[in-house]
Design a protein around this ligand. Sequence first.
Ligand SMILES: [Zn+2]
Length: 389
Amino acid sequence: MSMNGVTSPTPSLSKEELARYSRHLLMPEINTEGQRRLKAARVLCIGTGGLGSPAALYLGAAGVGTIGLVDFDEVELSNLQRQLLHGTRDIGRSKLESASDRLRDVNPHVEIEAHDCRFCSENATDLVARYDVVVDGSDNFPTRYLSNDVCVWARKPNVYGSVYRFDGQSTVFAPHLGGPCYRCLFPDPPEPGTVPNCAEAGVLGVLPGIVGLVQATETIKLILGIGDSLVGRLLQFDALKMKFREFNLRRDTQCPVCGDSPTITEPIDYETFCGRVGAEEAKPIRAISVHDLKRKLAQGQSVTLLDVREPFEYEIARIEGSKLIPLSELRERLDELGQEQEIIAMCKSGSRSANAVQLLQKAGFTQSFNLAGGIDAWANEIDPMMEKY
Ligand SMILES: [Zn+2]
């Protein structure tokens, strides 16, 4: 065991590998000993999307011996702006297959372990147990809390990254190495619908590249036991200002998972934990499925289809007969809607329109509903000819 807890038996390197890694071997901080450590290391990448792509590509190229990939998604056209593990010809393929092919081409010496599943409470403990370091490239709160908790219990470093529009963050959660965990920073998940994801808010294509490579760098340093890691420090990156800032983080001794008297000691139901509605929250948002909407329209029922996306999105794809009022203008344009009319609000994936329904209900539009899954769900389940973006 090295100082950071990463196991390091030292497999030998072939002639081909010595040549491949020569730029590493030249540096005394790495050398053949470090390169053999990398070869012995096992890293789990949660997700092969924006963050997982650069992380896995560079970890593979650097000679990390075994890379585990967890994903269940398929490659979509709108992924390619930043998820460089996948190419145009991979659209429609499983991300795991596409990622495995690409990584094998980058470095055939890497063992790829593909886990075709959602990282969830049922499998997380077993998966994490098989690896030395976890790179969390997930884009949702339930997965982040889950990977955090399981890594704390297993005493495995959890290399964290997140991106939003032009901003990125990274740190290493590892209470066993002295730092805090994710829950020390964020004891409670945000209210559902209050934090838009990349599909709603957008993200600069290069940004996950930068953050994912910070994660890869930290992973390699942990394996080699060199340098100062991001344990106990949050690195924040602002692409517009081109500035890195850093904050010191401290472990919360009251933390329910890594604190002195932990109260959560095994996986919980993270979807429920992150989906819970706060005490002051108004009544839950009523939703309607795309299938129910299709039925209503087919029966000729009179409903107002309210599209709250931006005009350019409406240009790409819309449901016939829908009325466009972008969410930012809705408050001022309520007089364009009938109070008694049944209103079905929609956006790309259902999060902006949930806010719209909340606003409508407060304003007395009692018959307003959210289209669950939004235009994306309509395109996937009802109208396969619809443009997707
Ligand atoms: Zn903690």
